[in-house]
Ligand binder design. Structure first.
Ligand SMILES: *Cc1c(COP(=O)(O)O)cnc(C)c1O
Length: 377
């Protein structure tokens, strides 16, 4: 048996919609399918305004521009995250202040955030790891007390909730990813969700190379020109056409992923009860969008052994982030605080295959292999 880590799922209509987009004669950005996607997201999740981008990385870069990050500004974010969360702000000259993960969850430990705030702090960037919500209420309180922006990195968090509120609808802005490794995907793709009206107008301009082209096409201005900073952040309508086919199947995709996730969880629970490994912890304020199934080993060696055994059986399980405070690029710029929980997840977290077309028998084969590995340990 050969079980890849991920297999992008095609719902069936992607090619058809791409063909329609091509035939429409307008295949650059903001065509018919882009508008359909925007409407879907705004209606389904209540985001005030959405703008498709070519990636989540781009959406984060737009957010950094929109909140006017300048050299010397400080941005608070978890160390255990993807580089794009950090890069977007470093590109504007920000200094990063990394927060450790919690003990029982890779998300940032919100109780450690206030101690990181200085007069230079401009934003907090929580990352909803594995689509499991960060505890947002304490962050919102800190943001209003210290006048900070909150930018949610919701790359993994589509269709997940915090106390009933969709992730991505809580911060001033949020960035989503439609990379082929995410639940809903378009190969490469992303979206900026804007929940704070102050940013809506300028976001359109920044996304269109610093021009007021969007307003021009709506007939609001009679000519368009260069009015602000910007870049080319909008995807072609072909990408949106692909994405729209996925969105039409959101419910089905999520249901299937949850079934597989629950099957993993049930099968591995006995090992967790015996203290041999740790399973994902979902706080009562959070939902599970089944973006990822991971387990946490007791040590790096134990994880390496498990990866090797799984690989021998044709199963591709992969570890995840290397904490950014230890990265070659940033370690000398980090303020030196130890972040032991982030280090622990760097060494011990292992992600198992999870994708729509994964079969129940394959999940059973994977969990049986994991049981066999721990039998003598
Ligand atoms: C996938 C991911 C990104 C980057 O998404 P792209 O669309 O590939 O730019 C950023 N942050 C997190 C937490 C991610 O998982």
């Amino acid at each position: 048996m050969n079980i890849p880590f991920n297999k992008p799922y095609l719902t069936g209509k992607e090619g058809h919609y791409i063909y329609q987009a091509v035939l429409s004669g307008k295949i650059s950005g903001d065509g018919v399918f882009t508008k359909k996607c925007h409407a879907f997201f705004e209606k389904t999740f209540g985001f005030k305004k959405t703008l498709l981008t070519t990636s989540c990385t781009d959406a984060l870069e737009m957010a950094a521009l929109l909140i006017n990050i300048e050299p010397g500004d400080e941005v608070i974010l978890p160390s255990y995250t993807f580089v794009s969360t950090a890069n977007a702000f470093v590109l504007r000259g920000a200094r990063l202040v990394f927060v450790d993960s919690g003990r029982d969850n890779p998300n940032m430990d919100v109780s450690k955030v206030e101690a990181c705030i200085t007069p230079k702090t401009k934003a907090i960037v929580p990352v909803h790891y594995a689509g499991i919500a960060v505890d947002m209420d304490p962050l919102l309180e800190l943001a209003s007390k210290h006048n900070l922006f909150i930018i949610e990195d919701a790359a993994q968090a589509i269709d997940s909730y915090y106390k009933g509120r969709p992730l991505g609808s809580i911060g001033n802005m949020a960035a989503f990813s439609f990379h082929e490794t995410k639940n809903i995907m378009a190969g490469e793709g992303g979206m900026l969700a804007i929940n704070d009206d102050r940013f809506t107008h300028r976001a359109e301009i920044i996304r269109e190379k610093g021009t007021n082209r969007s307003a021009f096409f709506r007939g609001e201005v009679d000519k368009y020109g260069w009015v602000d900073l910007g870049s080319s952040f909008l995807p072609s309508d072909i990408i949106a056409a692909f994405l729209y086919a996925q969105l039409e199947n959101l419910k089905d995709i999520q249901e299937r992923r949850r079934i597989l996730w629950d099957r993993y969880y049930k099968a591995l629970s006995p090992l967790a009860s015996q203290g041999k490994l740790t399973l994902p912890y979902i706080p009562t304020f959070a939902t599970n969008n089944a973006h990822m199934f991971y387990l946490v080993c007791r040590s790096l060696d134990e994880r390496n052994g498990l990866i090797a055994l799984l690989k021998e059986k044709g199963i591709y399980a992969v570890f995840h982030y290397i904490s950014l405070h230890t990265s070659p690029y940033y370690k000398d710029k980090h303020d030196g605080r130890e972040l032991p929980n982030a280090d622990h997840f760097t060494d011990c977290l292992l992600r198992l295959p999870l994708f729509y077309e994964l079969a129940e028998e394959q999940v059973d084969f994977i969990t049986d292999t994991i049981h066999a590995y721990y039998a003598g340990k």
